[in-house]
Design a protein around this ligand. Structure first.
Ligand code: SF4
Length: 366
């Protein structure tokens, strides 16, 4: 199946349709935003921007979980690792810089930090080491939040394992982007993975209230091209609906089992997003019922009052779609994937890291 979604003939056909439709808008610039690191990967890796007409632009929003994790949460994780806890987290997270350095630099100075591939690895570590106090630094969007929730709800989390939750929800961030006075967006490509959990129904109030087309798309190049075409078609017909083009994975209701677990395990709060600020109802914290696992309830964790974004780094503008990474003076000079200055240059889903690896404008078809 995936080969046909990469078929140059199909891509070329979609390109022609996009160009024909875009010409109907004359000199009007159409700005489409996506909020997913994997979509940015597809767009950059396959050179999709180079296939678009000059009046159609696809920009990246805050779609990288380690990028939006606030400085203070990283500082909290480092403090825990230096104060008697074994800190477990994902590999990308361990490299993200904070005002106190990264988790990896803390490990080099003796802090006990372990990279895990899932929450289940942290459970295994805690079960095998019952005398050790272990913390799982939980980051990610609706895609990863259920993995913690399901274990909590099913009472499979050992008592020596605690959680530092930095989970975030995507739809509130989409709303904030639409409400920014200096960012004008004509449509959204909604993230396929997140939508598989949330269902596409969560976007319907946003497309109705803000009068923008929102199209759920998959991650092959033809998926993204189809998404762009569908948004142009809606704009051409003055429509602003939520549309699901990823029906092979996404339904209107989403994953009900995952939602049921998340509703029990978490409460939703106004959460800070790195470089963006507080977004209403955008974070998951553990529900009171599970407070014995909430490390913030157990420990008074000090944090410094330093800045969220390092000096000279323009991650905030990158995540808000105001500039491309190439617009940052540090890009691929002092800031590289090997030596990241800001969070967007760290992981596989960071826009700056993706542009550094693949460029923003590679050609798909010779
Ligand atoms: S290139 Fe580096 S310094 Fe510039 S915005 Fe991206 S992460 Fe920040």
């Amino acid at each position: 199946m995936s080969k046909s979604f990469q078929d140059p003939l199909i891509i070329n056909e979609l390109k022609t349709k996009i160009h024909m439709l875009a010409s109907e808008f004359g000199s009007r610039k159409i700005r489409i935003c996506h909020v997913c690191g994997t979509h940015e990967y597809t767009i950059s890796h396959w050179g999709i921007r180079s296939l678009l007409p000059s009046n159609v632009e696809v920009i990246a929003g805050p779609g990288c979980p380690v990028c939006v994790c606030p400085n203070e949460d990283i500082e909290q994780s480092i403090w825990l690792a230096k104060n008697g806890y074994t800190l477990t987290t994902f590999g990308d997270m361990s490299r993200v810089p904070s005002n106190q350095g990264s988790l990896l630099t803390a490990r080099a100075k003796g802090a006990d930090i372990r990279v895990v591939y899932s929450f289940l690895d942290a459970i295994k570590l805690a079960t095998n080491n019952p005398k050790q106090k272990i913390v799982f630094f939980a980051i990610g969007f609706e895609t990863t939040a259920p993995t913690v929730a399901i274990e909590l709800v099913n009472q499979r989390v050992p008592s020596n394992l605690f959680i530092l939750s930095s989970h975030r929800l995507v739809p509130p961030a989409m709303k904030i982007l639409l409400e920014q006075p200096d960012i004008s967006l004509d449509g959204f490509i909604a993230p396929g993975h997140v939508s598989a959990i949330t269902g596409y129904g969560v976007y319907e109030p946003i497309s109705d209230e803000h009068h923008v087309p929102i199209v759920v798309a998959g991650f092959e190049p033809a998926d993204v091209m189809l998404g762009i075409l569908a948004i142009l078609q809606q704009l051409f017909h003055s429509r602003s609906k939520t549309e699901n083009l990823y029906s092979r994975v996404v339904t209107r209701e989403g994953n009900k089992t995952a939602w049921a677990a998340m509703e029990k395990a978490y409460s939703i709060f106004d959460a800070k997003w790195r470089g963006i600020g507080v977004i209403p109802s955008s974070g998951f914290e553990l529900a009171t019922q599970f407070s014995q696992y909430n490390i913030r309830e157990k420990e008074e964790i000090p944090i410094t009052s330093g800045t969220d974004i390092p000096k000279g780094c323009r991650c905030a503008d990158v995540m808000l779609g105001k500039i491309y990474p190439e617009g940052c003076k540090l890009f691929n000079k002092t800031c590289t994937p090997e030596s990241p200055v800001g969070p967007c240059m760290v992981g596989n889903e960071g826009t700056c890291a993706i542009h550094a690896k693949y460029g923003g404008h590679l050609d798909l078809i010779d």
